[in-house]
Design a protein around this ligand. Structure first.
Ligand SMILES: NC(=O)c1ccc[n+]([C@@H]2O[C@H](COP(=O)([O-])OP(=O)(O)OC[C@H]3O[C@@H](n4cnc5c(N)ncnc54)[C@H](O)[C@@H]3O)[C@@H](O)[C@H]2O)c1
Length: 366
């Protein structure tokens, strides 16, 4: 007997007209997803794309659930890690989808963290000129951030997320039970994005974040709130044209540069973003009126999840600045830098210059 799904929490509806979808959040969702998808997805053949860590833990449950819903799933497993977000891995995955006979009615289930969501979503967006996909995020980061919003893609050797598409999922199942198997470091890193959301949109979340850091608090409600924040930002600027969606980049301009300057795999994404958040919040305290108490609030929450705040000497300023200049957020030499005026209120500034960034990096070394 499959486990009985727990009482559902109200799903988050992502309202994007013809590309709208729901995000289900809660416990016991994997067991019931096949029945849900039997009602929603037309095609029979499904590629379940996962990685070598997540597959052994959850793929069978997902495959069984899909079979019970009348689908014919094929499992495609790629090596765990950021290296799988590559054009060569995309080639392998699409090849396996073709070998399994997926056609234009078929769909993809991306079962894993942000790497699998980005790779699986990208494969779905280009396979036979685009087929639907379902996100089943299994990390904190992918549940609160990457599974919603439709950004897909892979990295080039020196440039993260340089090749990709906008392709919204048809459905998202964020099952918090899967988070129980996350190693401590991967659990912690996801909270960098949650702290980012609190800083840009909802200062009241800081109290819950601190409770969860102590093993208390309502995790499902916290994750649902974060998905709702991400959804509302995406709804107001789906294709990142008006600048609203850019506020999600708070901490990311410097954070991404640190991540790639360190060499992919050395720092986890959330760890690099933690330093980026510290730098951006410090800049906000210099440029846009963030108080020192608010700055320390952000730092304390990051530290509560053992997230790094300081740069180590093996990552040089020159390399970070070089990487920053390759970033898509550099618009003809000028930086569109996200700052906050106070906790919960973000805006895009054009007043931040290279000199400010250098000072912020110095601050990360003090
Ligand atoms: N598309 C977007 O909007 C968006 C937003 C933010 C980040 N991202 C991307 O997301 C990626 C980072 O995502 P991530 O942090 O989830 O990394 P990840 O997918 O690499 O997962 C982290 C590690 O945890 C393992 N793992 C995943 N779920 C597990 C589970 N339930 N139990 C045990 N182990 C598990 C994975 O195998 C991996 O080793 C980056 O590539 C980043 O660029 C995309």
């Amino acid at each position: 007997m499959p486990p009985k799904p727990a009482a559902p929490i109200r799903p988050v509806f992502v309202n994007l007209g013809p590309r709208s979808y729901t995000v289900q959040v809660g416990s016991g969702l994997l067991a019931g997803m096949g029945a849900e998808l039997a009602k929603k997805m037309m095609g029979t053949k499904v590629a379940v794309i996962t990685d070598s860590n997540v597959g052994p833990l959850y793929a069978e449950q997902v495959m069984d659930s899909l079979r019970q819903g009348g689908k014919e799933p094929t499992l495609i497993t790629v090596p765990a890690g950021e290296e799988s977000k590559s054009l060569s891995c995309l080639d392998t995955v699409c090849g396996e989808m073709a070998a399994a006979g997926l056609d234009r009615k078929s769909f993809v289930v991306a079962l894993g963290g942000g790497v699998i969501g980005d790779l699986g979503g990208f494969a779905a967006s280009v396979y036979q000129r685009g087929i639907p996909y379902v996100q089943v995020p299994t990390t904190v980061l992918s549940q609160v951030d990457s599974s919603v919003g439709g950004k897909t893609g892979v990295n080039l050797k020196d440039a993260k997320n340089m090749v990709g598409t906008f392709h919204q999922p048809s459905h998202v199942f964020a099952d918090v039970d899967t988070l129980k198997s996350l190693p401590k470091r991967e659990w912690n890193e996801g909270f960098a994005e949650i702290i980012k959301h609190a800083a840009i949109r909802d200062a009241s979340m800081f109290d819950v974040i601190d409770q969860v850091a102590q093993g208390k608090g309502d995790l499902v409600a916290l994750i649902r709130r974060n998905i709702a924040i991400k959804a509302s930002v995406v709804e107001s600027d789906e294709f990142e044209r008006t600048g609203t969606r850019a506020i999600l980049n708070f901490g990311h301009t410097i954070g991404h540069a640190i991540e790639s300057a360190a060499g992919y795999g050395k720092l986890l994404h959330g760890e690099a973003i933690s330093m980026g958040l510290n730098a951006a919040a410090w800049l906000a305290s210099k440029v846009s009126g963030l108080t020192s108490v608010e700055l320390e609030r952000i730092r304390a929450s990051l530290a509560a999840f053992d997230l790094p705040l300081k740069l180590t000497d093996d990552i040089t300023d020159e390399e970070i600045l070089r990487r920053m200049k390759m970033d898509k957020k550099f618009d003809q030499g000028a930086i569109r830098f996200v700052l906050i005026k106070k906790l919960g209120e973000a805006f895009v500034s054009t007043d931040v210059h290279e000199g400010h960034i250098k000072q912020a990096l110095e601050e990360l070394r003090r």
